[in-house]
Structures are given as C-alpha cells and as structure tokens.
Design a protein. Structure first.
Length: 389
C-alpha cells in the first residue's frame, strides 16, 4: 500500500495473522542460505489452470475480518487462486535487539511466528521487508520505543544502522525461506519526502543488499518503487533528475518491484495506466515485478478527504486487464494484488479516527465484502475473454 497508510493499519494485520494452514509440498536442495537453487513442485491437487501464465501471481495476506476462521478462509483463497503469495511486514522493527544480536521482543516474535505457522509450503514466497516509516520520510521506529544510544542522531548510512537492519533481514529470511525479498518498500518516496537523506539511504541500501546477496545467492533481491510517484504530475517524480537518481539506485537490484495504486497518481484511464507501465519498462531493462497493486471496485466516497469517485467493478476489471497484459508482454517475474477480499468486516475493528483512511482501500478485493467474486476474479483466474486484448 502507498505511503498514506499508517502504522497501526499494519500492526493490526500482523496481530490478526493467527491461522495455521498447511499444505503438501516438495522441494529439493538446501535452505535458501546456500546450496543448490530451490526447486518448487506443485502438489497434484494444485489447480492446473493457474499454471498457464508465464509469471507468478498471487495476493498478500492482508485480512478481511478478525476471526480465526476468516484467516483460514483467506489462506484457502490464496492457495486456490494464485501461484505464489506475499508476506508484507511494514511496521516498527527491533533495531536495538537486532544491532546487539539479542532476543527480539516477545510480542514481535509471536506475530512473526503466527505468519510463519501458516506458510504455504507449496508456494514460492515474496517476503517484503522495510526499514522506512509509514510516510517513507525516515527510518521506522524501534518496536520497543526508544532507539539504542548507538543509533540516536546517526545518519542512515551509519555502520550501526547497516548492521542492525542486515541482522534483522537475516533473522526474517531464515524463518520464511522466501524465493524473493524486498529489502525496502516504496523507497523512491524517501527521495520525494526527505531528499537530503537520500544519499545516505542509497549507501545504506547498497551495503545491506550486498551483504544479503552474498549470504543468500539463490534468493532474488530488490526494492519496490511507487509507480504512482513517477506518474503524479503534482510531484517531483516526473522530473528527469528524480528519475535519474532512482535509476542509479537500482543498479544492483536483481529485480525492480512496482507498487502501483493508480488512484494515488491521478491515473484513471487505460491510456494513463498504459503510459505508466510503458514508462517503467522503457526506463529500466531490469526484470520487473508487481509487488503490490489495487484499484477500487465500488464508489469511493470519503467526506473527510473530499473524495467522491464513481468507481465500479468494470473500472477495476479494466485496470486488472491492463496490469496482466503488461505483465505478460513485458515478462514480469510476478504480479501481486494487494487484498484478496474487501475488508468491510474488519473496518469496525479499526480505530474510529482512521476509518476514513481505511475506506480508500476497503473495496479493492477481487471478492466483495460478502465473499462474492467480482468480474475481476474471472479475469484473474485466466478468463481473458473478458479483456479487450
């Protein structure tokens, strides 16, 4: 999700992830820390129609309700309707404990272990990690509150920050054995929000990714970039200097992740969506992947933000058709739709002060709030006759 989300939104999602779902699997070779490349083999029960696309596709584990049954139902949807999936961890992290190789806080570990317990072993995994805060303007807070003295007032490229985050990523990777890793989410937004900090972050990013790629040679590493930041004509992302700076930043990535919510770039037409995807393909020859994306399927009315946009299921379907077409023709590694199902039932559990913000994302699911599949679901499942192409 874009930088307009706030930390409690993800903290709640982490706490909700308590369903333990298992599946048959087989893989060959050692763990992702070394040895032969992992070979994933789908179980016989796997839906064969999902294997026809040339790229992986799936959802994140963002919940649609608070119950254990809802979490189990969500994992069943993810397994039955995709070829891989995403664990997205975008919140406060244990800077101090990671720096000093101390045990991580109990509640933090409990939340991560809940995610690991429902790991779909018959699916490749994208593990999305992030050192940046909600607004992509600075590093995220320490989950325990105050930063250790070794980090207070230090620049982003301080060796202590590099060591702490590298240790944290290693801890997470060893628990999830992912196929792909994002070591930062929507990192280009830091250049927009805090341009003076960008050179230090660039050095931090290169050091962390270099260490991780050496330790895990069989994992693909990248960061995600907010594509809507490049397309928003009211921001700096459209300038050549901004784009050149980010292009230099991505040179050591194995792949470039794309976070694209057209609403946040003011992109409402197929011509604008095509232009966005055409830009990113022409801008870099690196492998591309959609790491998160979404578009509303119902009218978006949020008085507090003066939003009144008559979105419909057909608008969502048109955008999904465009996304899948570009993923196919431009040889994307994978494509991720943010939420499987609308979270109408989760909304009342969120703080009243933030429900207006949550409404922007509530109706982006391929299933509506009652669990009924939308037109986009048929497109997702491979019924491309619904698309003009």
């Amino acid at each position: 999700m874009p930088a307009k989300k706030i930390n409690w939104f993800f903290a709640l999602g982490i706490a909700l992830m308590c369903a333990n779902t298992t599946a048959g699997y087989a893989f060959q070779g050692k763990r992702s820390g070394g040895g032969p490349v992992k070979v994933w083999e789908q179980t016989p029960a796997f839906n064969q129609t999902l294997k026809t696309r040339p790229f992986f596709y799936g959802f994140t584990t963002w919940p649609f309700a608070t119950t254990v049954q809802a979490q189990s139902d969500l994992m069943n949807l993810i397994r039955a309707n995709g070829t891989f999936y995403v664990e997205h961890v975008d919140d406060a992290l244990p800077w101090g404990a990671a720096l000093y190789n101390q045990p991580f806080p109990t509640e933090f570990v409990r939340n991560i272990e809940a995610k690991r317990a429902r790991r779909l072993a018959d699916r490749p995994l994208l593990l999305s990690l992030n050192p940046l805060n909600t607004y992509r303007s600075a590093f995220v807070d320490d989950v325990e509150g105050a930063l250790p003295s070794a980090l207070v007032g230090k620049p982003m490229d301080d060796p202590a920050y590099i060591q702490a985050y590298t240790n944290y990523c290693i801890w997470m990777i060893d628990r999830f054995a992912p196929t792909y890793v994002l070591s930062a989410i929507e990192s280009n937004d830091l250049l927009k929000q805090s341009p003076n900090d960008w050179p230090a972050f660039d050095r931090f990013s290169r050091a962390v990714m270099g260490a991780l790629k050496t330790r895990y040679p069989n994992i693909q590493f990248g960061e995600s970039l907010a594509l809507h930041t490049f397309t928003n004509t009211n921001g700096p992302g459209v300038t050549q200097s901004f784009r050149d700076t980010i292009k230099a930043h991505i040179e050591n990535f194995d792949f470039v992740g794309i976070s694209y919510y057209p609403l946040f770039g003011g992109d409402f037409s197929q011509a604008q969506w095509d232009a966005a995807f055409d830009f990113i393909r022409a801008w870099t020859d690196k492998p591309l992947a959609i790491t998160e994306s979404g578009h509303p399927a119902e009218p978006l009315v949020v008085d507090e933000f003066k939003l009144n946009i008559p979105f419909s299921p057909h608008d969502q379907a048109d955008f999904l058709c465009t996304l899948l077409r570009h993923a196919t023709q431009d040889n994307y590694q994978f494509a991720v739709w943010w939420e499987a199902r609308d979270f109408d039932k989760l909304l009342p559990a969120l703080p009243a002060s933030s429900q207006s913000l949550a409404k922007i994302f509530r109706d982006m699911g391929l299933w509506d709030g009652q669990g009924k599949g939308r037109l986009s679901l048929e497109i997702w499942r491979g019924h491309s006759s619904q698309c003009s192409w």
